[in-house]
Ligand binder design. Structure first.
Ligand SMILES: NC(=O)c1ccc[n+]([C@@H]2O[C@H](COP(=O)([O-])OP(=O)(O)OC[C@H]3O[C@@H](n4cnc5c(N)ncnc54)[C@H](OP(=O)(O)O)[C@@H]3O)[C@@H](O)[C@H]2O)c1
Length: 266
């Protein structure tokens, strides 16, 4: 029976480990005995988390990288599992790094729009392509892909973000079916709004809401789902209900409703 005990002593690479859900996933994996490779751009944040985890006896490495840079995934691979690197067998890949950008598409900074595609999609595919073949060879591995409840319908004023998350979810589901027979498990994690820095980064503070689930609680659900090989996890009832309901509504109707509800105040 698969359990989180399988993570004990294995290397886990967590992207976006400097904040929010990524930091919580790193802590939760460490709690189950995994060794951690933390990556993001903010080295000070990674060092603080590494010090905290090391104090509890976890082996930790840090690789700073900007996933806007198309060469970053290869650099991360080379520094860890690659032949010239540290020779670490990464059995757990957590594709968590991501960002959104709220606002009218036509006036949104183009770099912010493209960064969502690069970080949320391109870098995620690139890292997965680098690390999963070795997992397949070893007949063992776990991959978590951060999708979102935003992956279930178009979201005007977060158009690029929702589209990247639909990509992430479908990619995870397709890959899960491909690699299951080699003992590799892939989970698409689809949280709704969760406490983190996401809304500040996305300039969407007005939509954050109150009493959100914590990243720590989400991470507990996510790591358990990953261990049991659950292909999709929508962690809370509200998100599950929404994803279920949306199946029976015309997509045009939902999109028009979201456009009115989310339209920026002029
Ligand atoms: N919070 C929510 O409500 C929510 C809901 C559904 C899905 N999600 C997804 O959950 C994931 C984590 O988001 P979060 O909520 O934890 O947001 P967050 O607190 O803003 O954390 C985002 C993480 O991604 C990293 N990141 C962003 N751009 C990067 C880049 N160019 N290169 C490398 N790392 C980068 C950040 O690190 P640096 O800035 O240090 O590089 C940070 O560690 C994202 O994929 C997001 O789409 C979040």
């Amino acid at each position: 029976m698969a359990s989180t005990q399988d993570f004990n002593g294995r290397w886990a690479l967590v992207t976006g480990a400097s904040a929010g859900i990524g930091a919580a996933l790193a802590r939760e994996l460490a709690r189950h005995g995994a060794k951690l490779i933390l990556t993001a751009r903010r080295r000070d944040r990674l060092e603080a988390l590494a010090a905290e985890l090391k104090a509890k006896g976890t082996e930790v490495r840090i690789v700073t990288a900007d996933l806007n840079d198309p060469t970053a995934p290869q650099k991360i691979y080379d520094a860890t599992e690659g032949l010239a690197g540290a020779g670490l067998a990464v059995d757990i890949l957590i594709n968590n790094a991501g960002l959104g950008q709220y606002g009218a598409f036509c006036s949104s900074p183009i770099d912010q729009e493209l960064s969502q595609v690069r970080v949320n999609c391109e870098a995620m595919v690139h890292l997965t392509r680098l690390f999963v073949p070795r997992m397949v060879q070893r007949r063992r591995g776990w991959v978590l892909v951060l999708a979102s409840t935003a992956s279930f319908q178009p979201m005007p004023y977060l158009s690029t973000y929702a589209a990247t998350k639909a990509f992430d979810r479908f990619f995870a589901l397709g890959l899960a079916a491909e690699v299951a027979r080699f003992g590799v498990k892939v989970t698409a994690l689809c949280p709704g709004r969760t406490e983190s820095e996401f809304f500040e980064v996305a300039h969407a503070g007005a939509f954050k809401g109150k009493n959100l689930p914590t990243a720590e609680d989400l991470a507990r659900h996510a790591v358990a789902a990953l261990a049991r090989g659950q292909r999709t996890l929508i962690p809370y009832f509200r998100g599950r209900f929404r994803a279920f309901l949306i199946r029976f509504l015309p997509v045009g109707l939902i999109t028009r409703y979201v456009e009115k509800a989310a339209r920026p105040v002029q």
